[in-house]
Design a binder for this molecule. Structure first.
Ligand SMILES: NC(=O)C1=CN([C@@H]2O[C@H](COP(=O)(O)OP(=O)(O)OC[C@H]3O[C@@H](n4cnc5c(N)ncnc54)[C@H](O)[C@@H]3O)[C@@H](O)[C@H]2O)C=CC1
Ligand SMILES: O=P(O)(O)OC[C@H]1O[C@](O)(CO)[C@@H](O)[C@@H]1O
Length: 385
């Protein structure tokens, strides 16, 4: 079986590539990083190391790679002949890979084996649907009809902490042992692809919201408050009593929403939360607050981990989540100079003011209680800093 995976980065190699290999796929990585592409073609294998006491090393073989800038026609050929296509490039990059995927799928329509599943494995709600929208923008109405018949873009939730890598071997990836990859089976046409370790579910919404609003909300809040306290390491941030209390409170708020929305058992959800906080504190992983907090503009969108649960909370309970709004305010204060989105936000605040920036980044209407609370929390943090 052949897999094509866009993005040979941390999640691509350390999570998706590993599971594809363990399921018997020969994987073609597509990337724009020439060094990684060349190394993958040279070695045709790499190691995934588990960040736990065992330090177990897993070998991923039967891999090669294509530089999509230099050899787009080879990518088209690979997609035309693939058994599955996956991507973990980052939400903002999905539009950039859509054109090649469209070309590969058009080519595939000229062949016998047409059906194909394409899965975006990003930290976002509706990642595959978003990719599909971008792919369909490249099609005629007739092609759209054919694509509807043969190609599926099921949404997915992916969970595995893979920090920035410091291994001497640049292809090796250290990953936490835990992983969860959940895929919406209801959207799949034809045979469901066989990938070991994937959970197929009839309705993804509870899974993606539970994951995004717990793992990613909690992680982001620790990262932003850690950064504002001058802490660069996630462990150290978690050891700070005030930050620890803030994250517990934030996750109580998202937990209140999630258990009410999806009837999760409250005790089971509390255990899920504690397990996740334990994962953040994994002593075998060294993670940066600036990696976890990266791209604050994306993270402040009203579909993402901070603002989305705050909106849902207000809609469900009619009151304002104090700690989520504090987390949003912390993201607005995040001014790491090496992060282009952080710079953009800080520049916007400087040029246009905080009220304009809140509206622009979060899309929350000024004059609403939620907006006012975020503003208030932002001002409170300004005084503290
Ligand atoms: N690192 C983590 O722990 C987790 C990350 N994710 C998600 O997975 C996605 C990838 O994250 P990471 O692997 O951490 O990032 P990464 O930066 O390590 O990997 C992204 C890869 O995509 C490649 N890329 C960029 N533009 C491309 C293009 N036009 N075509 C093909 N490849 C391109 C980059 O060169 C890089 O190798 C993100 O959406 C992230 O939110 C999800 C769960 C966990
Ligand atoms: O990859 P993003 O969306 O920038 O956010 C980083 C987040 O993703 C993870 O890498 C894993 O889900 C977490 O470490 C963190 O919550």
């Amino acid at each position: 079986m052949k897999a094509v995976h866009f993005g040979a980065g941390n999640i691509g190699r350390g999570f998706i590539g590993l599971l594809l290999h363990q399921s018997g796929y020969k994987t073609c990585f597509v990337d724009v990083n020439e060094e990684i592409v060349d190394m993958l073609n040279d070695k045709q294998q790499y190691t995934v190391k588990l960040a736990d006491a065992s330090g177990e090393e897993l070998l991923v073989e039967n891999v090669h790679a294509i530089n999509s800038i230099k050899n787009p026609e080879l990518v088209v050929e690979e997609i035309a002949n693939a058994d599955i296509v996956t991507a973990a490039v980052g939400a903002n990059i999905l539009p950039l890979i859509a054109g090649l995927i469209a070309k590969g799928l058009k080519k595939r329509l000229t062949q016998a084996n047409k059906e194909l599943t394409i899965i975006a494995c990003e930290n976002m709600i509706g990642g595959s649907s978003f990719l599909k929208e971008k792919v369909y923008a490249e099609l005629t109405d007739e092609e759209k009809g054919l694509f509807d018949t043969y190609f599926s873009f099921p949404n997915a939730a992916v969970d595995r902490i893979v920090p920035n890598q410091t291994n001497a071997d640049k292809l090796a990836v250290t990953v936490e042992p835990f992983f969860e990859w959940v895929v919406d089976e209801s959207e799949i046409k034809g045979t469901t692809p066989q990938v070991q370790g994937v959970t197929f579910v009839p309705d993804l919404e509870p899974f993606i919201e539970r994951k995004l609003f717990t793992v990613n909300t909690g992680h982001a809040v620790v990262a932003y408050f850690g950064y504002l306290a001058g802490i660069r390491n996630m462990h150290e941030a978690l050891e700070n009593t005030e930050i620890r209390e803030t994250i517990e409170r934030v996750l109580q708020e998202t937990g209140r929403y999630l258990t009410a929305a999806y009837s999760f058992d409250e005790q089971a959800h509390a255990a899920y939360v504690q397990k996740i906080i334990g994962r953040f504190a994994n002593p075998y992983i060294s993670d940066d607050t600036t990696r976890v907090g990266r791209s604050p503009m994306r993270k402040l969108q009203n579909t993402d981990r901070l603002v989305r649960p705050a909106i849902q909370y207000v809609e469900m309970f009619g009151d304002i989540p104090e700690y989520l709004t504090k987390g949003i305010a912390a993201a607005l204060h995040y001014d790491f100079k090496e992060d282009a989105e952080a710079n953009e936000i800080q520049e916007m605040i400087k040029q246009k003011g905080i009220q304009f920036t809140i509206e622009k980044t979060t899309n929350i209407n000024p004059g609403t209680e939620l907006f006012d609370m975020i503003l208030q929390q932002y001002e409170n943090l300004s005084i503290e800093r």
